[in-house]
Design a protein around this ligand. Structure first.
Ligand SMILES: *Cc1c(COP(=O)(O)O)cnc(C)c1O
Length: 455
């Protein structure tokens, strides 16, 4: 066995032991950053070390500082886990080490993007001629889609951003719902578009279509982007797409949907109604590393008009062997990058259409079980309409909610984040992991009751 193979075998052993520990380990990490820093070693060694030893050292140093994100009882943020086929494919991606820049350089990368992209558009009910870019996450997927939109609306009034930039141009108006995700603001900031104008939302965070109409009418005819949302991180709510997209169309705006975890509702016959009308937008951002449960990092930028995406992201380089059909590099901000589509192909091939639908429905079923269990917990109130995977609850007052959250984290059975929603501190449960079972939900509810009893 050579040194490389020895290192890979050690890594496999550590990976399998880590995954096997998830059922029973504490969800929060046991060690602090400082402790892990010390364990990793302060000084850069002078001499080389055998790769297998390095892998062992890394695993031993980091293990106490790992959070059980991929386990069934992590409900903080919206994180997803790693489906077995996707995780195994990710190991291959590292071993293959392909640069997914051009068709000519890695036919396998281009092919897997083509097949996975077509499957995604089909599954999510989006236009089959659309383009799919594989980004690092939904923040960059929002960035990529909004770049395509920004350039397209300016092109309509004769302004070429790629050549002339934004300075001195006619400007772009951006309208978003008041409960949009902060990633949208970040993307707009990177794009030189500043803060969006905000449109009022209802109690669940859904944009008010009448308010959008008024905002559009008040602005006159200017290049405009409208940003909608499929899946509010607190309530799980979806914007009313038919009315909002109708209004935006009349104003000739580019409509973009941030559906980082919620867009996947479209893949389930039972939940597809939540995304009704959404397919009429111009672009959609989502994550494969959330609801689809592929490992980090994998976001998806989906754009109706492939030429708009290519105009914003495409490049020409004298030393590149470029393809008339467009290359993977023409759909994302990066040049060199790993093959992100391999894990998506593997997850979709492994689950199939019915498996993805069942995954979405299972996450929603667990969220409903959390809502029912919380409603039956002394002093707890569920604050949102639980339509998808998100549940927000409070425990009487902000102070008590904080104490319950702190006691729960201390207990270690599960991880649930706190947040502020509608002016109150809340416990926010996000169900996003494929491996969560009924038993995980029951164990977590029991832990919440223990935490609440003493708080
Ligand atoms: C998670 C999330 C994002 C950001 O996605 P990343 O993959 O973390 O970049 C954007 N919007 C919504 C609604 C999200 O839930």
């Amino acid at each position: 066995m050579d040194a490389r193979e020895a290192a890979l075998r050690q890594a496999q052993g550590h990976a399998v032991r880590w995954l096997a520990s998830l059922h029973d380990r504490r969800v929060p990490a046991r060690a602090s950053v400082d402790e892990i820093v010390r364990a990793l070693g302060a000084d850069l060694p002078d001499a080389p070390s055998p790769p297998a030893d390095v892998v062992d050292l890394l695993a031993a140093a980091c293990e106490p500082g790992l959070t059980a994100f991929p386990g069934g009882r992590f409900y903080g943020f919206v994180v997803g886990g790693a489906e077995p086929a996707a995780l195994a494919a990710d190991w291959l991606v590292s071993a293959w080490d392909q640069n997914c820049v051009m068709r000519a350089a890695s036919p396998a990368c281009a092919a897997v993007e083509e097949v996975a992209g077509a499957w995604l558009l089909d599954l999510l009910g989006l236009p089959d001629a659309g383009a799919v870019g594989f980004t690092t996450g939904a923040t960059m997927a929002n960035f990529t889609c909004l770049a395509a939109g920004r350039d397209a609306v300016l092109r309509r009034v004769g302004w070429d951003v790629a050549r002339d930039g934004l300075t001195g141009g006619p400007g772009v108006r951006v309208i978003a719902g008041e409960d949009r995700h902060m990633a949208v603001d970040l993307a707009l900031r990177y794009l030189g578009l500043g803060r969006p104008e905000l449109v009022a939302a209802d109690g669940q965070g859904r944009m008010d279509p009448a308010a959008l109409r008024r905002a559009l009418a008040a602005g006159g005819q200017r290049p405009t982007l409208v940003v909608l949302q499929a899946g509010d991180i607190h309530s799980g709510a979806f914007d009313p797409f038919t009315e909002t997209i109708g209004a935006a169309r009349e104003a000739d705006a580019w409509v973009h949907v941030d559906g980082a975890f919620g867009l996947w509702a479209a893949a389930s016959p039972r939940y597809a109604h939540l995304t009704a009308g959404c397919a009429d937008a111009d672009s959609w951002a989502t994550d494969a590393h959330k609801t689809l449960n592929v490992p980090y990092d994998c976001g998806l930028a989906l754009v109706r008009d492939p030429s708009a995406l290519r105009a914003a992201m495409g490049l020409r380089g004298d030393y590149l062997i470029q393809d008339e059909q467009g290359d993977p590099v023409d759909k994302v901000p990066e040049l060199s990058r790993r093959g992100r589509a391999f894990t998506v192909w593997a997850a979709l091939r492994s689950l199939g259409r019915s498996g993805v639908a069942e995954l979405v429905e299972r996450l929603c079923r667990h969220a409903a079980a959390f809502a029912a269990g919380l409603a039956g917990t002394e002093g707890a109130t569920v604050l949102n309409d639980v339509v998808f995977t998100q549940v927000c609850a409070e425990f009487g007052d902000d102070g008590r909610t904080e104490r319950v959250l702190a006691r729960l984290l201390d207990d270690g059975t599960a991880w649930i984040s706190g947040s502020t929603w509608r002016g109150r501190r809340v416990m926010r449960v996000s169900v996003s992991n494929w491996s969560t079972t009924d038993e995980d939900v029951a164990r977590t509810l029991a832990a919440i009751r223990r935490a609440a009893a003493g708080a």
